[in-house]
Design a protein around this ligand. Structure first.
Ligand code: ATP
Ligand code: MG
Length: 561
């Protein structure tokens, strides 16, 4: 065997490369992504998806299974199953024919449980939940054997069959593996492997009223599918002895290798479906795909691209120790992608009217403007110009402070791709609020270039008032105002929601070409940020644009101050 170079590989890819080079598993590589369909996928799942599907893509023989871990009847819904498949595909991955459901294995799992009983390795326990807890022991003290631990095989078989046939009520009995009540690892203290739940299952209906537990189901599903590398997050490290115990005891022909990696934790968010569900059900966000949610569907609606999420997952890498990743890393990934691919447009979020007094009222012209400053292949477009335009309120200061190079009384600036204008008069209402500016333009500066070499320091974006498309723009900020919203066990994480996470601007003025945008299209509104047309709300005459990300990391700047 020739030595393989693993110097550029993370620890999991190193293991896989070595296994393949050594001809382990007959040279096969089979991974799986095993979500529980009890909610929508989030950015943490994307890390696992990119790892499992990504690894399979990296090798000709690689395969990744999509498996729904649907053993928990009451929590699972068809809606979630479909949403999960949509999200995985959207991220750019394909399971081909390899779509599986743990519930398809209920017969085999039942048979395996019977097999364990026959081997004297499982028993029906009739302790109440409360008694179970008392018998379980503590970190310092071993547990006590259940008085039912030594039930005979026949009695166990009869009782287990009775459980299956619905003869008992929920909680009356439990099937437990007979391992070691004195084990320092709680998972090995005779863990439950089957429980009674008289609840319909969304796929198996009322066929079953007993359901296998996760630890029993997962390893056997992996083995039945001949998974080679079962990749999971660190909290399952303590479950690995049980994973191995089940497969060793049952002597399954295939024994996948479980390998744990650190889960993704992101600052300023929570990352568990259970908690995200609380936000959805409590009406604290507008559904699972609220653009502030770090769900895959929320990120998509916000304007994240699949490539940006995949790149983010590559960038954060794989480690064996937990850490928290700064939200700025995710934001940089999308900024980077959109900077290359998003066409530029003119959009004024906070309009201030400018009347160009020496421009004929009835005149209109079309001016050419580049779709991307660095990519001529993206071409140019024409935008209309007329006597009245909008600029952003922030681009004017009546008494300009130092280093403010934009418009001010008596000052000349460039309107991007249009003309040089000079501010001559500030018009105010009775309250002293600025209502419009009166400016004059230099016809010789058409296209925005200097007619005589004179310089202006500011270049502003603008939209012709008569032609503007009225739009609503939604600005999003972090959903929580605390780096780790879950750090205080005495405070509900929902107390740490950022009340300013959504700002709705209703009077925005956009260049008219944006009327042709289709949902999900990405744009950079020049000098403002990256935006995408919302897929759910708005009308063609009054579209809604979501701000995907600002042009620069304003939080990082604040932090430096
Ligand atoms: P949640 O608490 O959000 O429900 P989970 O682990 O219970 O997460 P599953 O549906 O069981 O959700 O997860 C499917 C796969 O995604 C598992 O292999 C799990 O380890 C992985 N996963 C879940 N959250 C993360 C995360 N934050 N980082 C990396 N992988 C994750
Ligand atoms: Mg889970």
């Amino acid at each position: 065997m020739s030595e393989i170079d693993t110097s550029n590989l993370d620890f999991i890819r190193t293991i896989v490369a070595k296994d393949l080079a050594a001809g382990k598993n007959d040279g096969r590589l089979v991974t799986r992504f095993p979500p529980e369909p009890n909610g929508y996928l989030h950015i943490g799942h994307a890390k696992s998806i990119c790892l499992n599907f990504g690894l399979a893509q990296e090798y000709d023989q690689g395969v990744c299974h999509m498996r729904f871990d649907d053993t928990n009847p009451e929590k699972e819904e068809v809606e979630y199953t479909e949403a999960i498949m949509t999200d995985v595909k959207w991220l750019g991955f394909d399971w081909g024919d390899n779509l599986f459901y743990a519930s398809d294995y209920f017969d085999q799992l039942y048979d395996h449980a019977v097999q364990l009983i026959k081997m004297g390795k499982a028993y029906v326990c009739s302790l109440s939940a409360e008694e179970m807890r008392a018998y379980r022991g503590t970190m310092k003290e071993p547990g006590k054997n259940s008085p039912f631990r030594d039930r005979g095989v026949e009695e166990n078989l009869t009782l287990f069959e009775g459980m299956k046939n619905g003869e008992f009520s929920d909680g009356e009995h439990l099937l437990r593996a007979k391992i070691d009540m004195a084990s320092p690892n709680f998972n090995m203290r005779d863990p439950a492997i089957y429980r009674i739940r008289k609840v319909s299952h969304h796929r198996t209906g009322d066929t079953w009223c007993i359901y296998p537990m996760y630890d029993f189901t997962h390893c056997l599903s992996d083995a039945m599918e001949k998974i080679t590398h079962s990749l999971c997050t660190l909290e399952f490290a303590d479950h690995r002895p049980l994973y191995d115990w089940v497969l060793d005891t049952l002597q399954t022909p295939c024994h996948p290798q479980q390998i744990e990696f650190a889960r993704l934790n992101l600052n300023f968010t929570v990352m568990s479906k259970r908690k995200l569900m609380q936000l959805v059900n409590g009406g604290l966000v507008n559904g699972w795909d609220d653009p502030r949610m770090l769900t895959i569907s929320g990120l998509r609606r916000r304007g994240y691209t699949p490539a940006s999420i995949r790149n983010f997952c590559t960038e954060i890498g794989l480690a064996k120790r937990e850490s928290r990743i700064d939200m700025g890393v995710l934001e940089n990934a999308i900024r980077h992608d959109l900077n290359d691919i998003a066409p530029r447009r003119q959009g004024v979020l906070n309009p201030l009217k400018v009347v160009i007094t020496n421009y004929p009222e009835e005149m209109e012209e079309e001016l050419e403007i580049a779709n991307h400053p660095k990519n001529p292949d993206m071409g140019t477009r024409m935008i209309p110009f007329s006597q009245e335009i909008y600029i952003d309120r922030d681009d004017f200061m009546e008494e300009p402070v130092k280093k403010f190079f934009r418009l001010a009384p008596g000052r000349e600036v460039r309107l991007r791709a249009a003309y040089f204008i000079t501010c001559n008069e500030v018009i105010k209402d009775a309250q002293g609020e600025i209502v419009e500016l009166h400016c004059s333009y230099d016809p010789a500066s058409r296209g925005g270039s200097s007619p005589d070499g004179r310089k202006v320091k500011g270049t502003l974006h603008w939209v012709s008032a008569r032609h503007a498309l009225d739009a609503e723009v939604r600005l999003y900020d972090r959903l929580f105002n605390k780096e780790n919203p879950e750090d205080d066990p005495d405070v509900d994480f929902k107390e740490n929601l950022n009340s300013d996470s959504l700002k709705i601007l209703t009077n925005c003025k956009l260049e008219p070409s944006l009327v042709e945008a289709t949902p999900g299209d990405h744009f950079q509104f020049e000098r403002v940020g990256f935006f995408c047309l919302d897929s759910k709300e708005g009308t063609p005459a009054n579209p809604v644009f979501n701000r995907t990300v600002t042009l620069r990391d304003t939080w990082a700047k604040l932090a430096r101050k």
